[in-house]
Design a protein around this ligand. Sequence first.
Ligand code: FMN
Length: 334
Amino acid sequence: MSLAIGPYALAGRALLAPMAGVTDPPFRELCSQFGAALTCGEMLSADQSLWQSPKSARRSAARAQQGRTAGTALAVQLVGSDPAQLAAAARAQVAEGADIIDLNLGCPAKKVCNRLCGSALLGDEELIARIFEALVQAVAVPVTVKIRTGPDPQRRNATRIAQLAERSGIAAIAVHGRTRAERFLGEAEYHTIREVKAAVRIPVIANGDITTPAQAHAVLAATGADAVMIGRAALGAPWIFRDVNSFLDLQENAPPLLRASVTGFILQHLESLYAFYGEYTGVRMARKHLVRYSELRAESRALRAELLAAEDSASQYALAERAFASGAAAADLQ
Ligand SMILES: Cc1cc2nc3c(=O)[nH]c(=O)nc-3n(C[C@H](O)[C@H](O)[C@H](O)COP(=O)(O)O)c2cc1C
């Protein structure tokens, strides 16, 4: 069963979750290459007075065009609380090339830019309804929303919010199986996501703690959701989308990637980080990915220290090339 968000028919059922500080255009491009059917940018404040900052500017649709993989829809995620401000921001992002506007109602931070937003709004259904309507009226492209299951375990209102979303013309809803109060503690639960799926006809995307292909399959089966969204498990392992797609399509594991191709992907990732951020920030952004990639290797501690010490792109790249091309056998890389 294929998933469509508005006019965009997605080529698979595994999507990349938005992660601030991680899902920049280089990482999204890599995940798309491995079969992530949709990737979403890092949250961008709806307050346009902040868009001149280098960080916000990098999150805009105009910059995201740079790392775009042909044939994939460009989703920009907005965070805010004022319906008119969000509507104006959505219009501006669509004018810059966004194909999908996603609304962040899942971020656990109390305030982003000194205003309540993200999952802090989950308790205010009346405001959420006004935001949905303002966004859907503001733009002709699909508007999607990402929520948690509710403000806290005593108030799991995800189903009512999903129904509000459907009534307002929201095109799809992603649900992280934790409440706002739970932050990232404990384990995600999928029972509420199953209830959401049963209550609406718009596509429902299940998110939270999905780390293996078999688990992705199990979550789809348990919830009836249309797709899974994977966040943290993709960091250091963007090929998880290839593995999940293979498992969902054929019920079998994909053959392990060859060491040479893993090394090639890591180096390609470094090159696109340097190109996107420039030398100074590129080297620093690359570090967090290299730390995660170094976990592929048995001697990861020593390797991590060495990779983190590199101060310029040429030495960082050369170290990575040596480190990932030598040492453990190919099977160790999976
Ligand atoms: C470092 C980090 C940054 C995140 N940033 C965002 C964000 O910008 N927008 C958002 O909706 N969710 C954000 N999230 C939440 C993820 O999208 C996702 O819902 C959560 O990590 C659970 O999925 P996972 O278990 O697959 O990681 C972030 C999560 C992490 C770990």
